[in-house]
Design a protein around this ligand. Structure first.
Ligand code: SF4
Length: 182
């Protein structure tokens, strides 16, 4: 019964997301990332850590970032401490997770396939989430990315800003730490 309720809540949250502005006007607001994270959390924890990744968007890196770009791995963070990405990279390495900084959604999808990622923590703004909901099949067993299926956890970025964005870094680290303590 609990599982059925959780599924219904998740399904409704995804289904009605494109109408969120309209629903907001009549006082119905909800947080899709929180609902999705709660729904997928157990499945996420069942994926071996080596197949989990943090995949961050390039909008989170410092404007002064000197990292090189690799066609295979995205932005190659050198942990210069000019932004918080390096700290998350270190945490991922400690815990055995993969870590990437990606320049685009298309790159992220190819990355997931190439690296055999089965569970991913991503960060996105409301605009990108809406785009993802429209263009990516979201199922009860994960998000379909080409031939693969990935179990997601999402942290909302502070705003819609491709150059100078931020997020709740504590929440992001919490997902990584929680994932290892099951
Ligand atoms: S910590 Fe990494 S991503 Fe951030 S500015 Fe330095 S090299 Fe770039």
């Amino acid at each position: 019964m609990r599982k059925a309720c959780s599924r219904l809540k998740f399904f409704s949250a995804v289904f009605f997301f494109p109408m969120r502005s309209l629903l907001g006007r009549i006082g119905l607001r909800y947080d899709l990332p929180s609902i999705a994270n709660a729904y997928y959390r157990d499945a996420f924890h069942r994926i071996p850590v080596r197949d989990r990744a943090v995949i961050l968007p390039h909008c989170l890196i410092s404007e002064k970032c000197q990292a090189r770009f690799s066609k295979d791995d995205g932005v190659l963070c050198v942990r210069c401490k000019k932004c918080n990405c390096g700290e998350v990279y270190s945490l991922c390495q400690e815990r055995g997770w993969q870590f990437y900084i990606t320049p685009s959604t298309g790159f992220t999808k190819r990355l997931v396939q190439r690296k055999g990622i089965r569970a991913a923590v991503g960060a996105a703004c409301d605009f990108e989430i809406a785009k993802g909901v429209r263009s990516t099949p979201i199922t009860f067993r994960g998000v379909r990315v080409k031939q693969s299926r990935v179990i997601p956890q999402v942290v909302l970025t502070d705003r819609y800003d491709c150059l100078k964005n931020d997020l709740d870094w504590g929440a992001l680290k919490g997902i990584i730490l929680d994932g290892i303590m099951e």
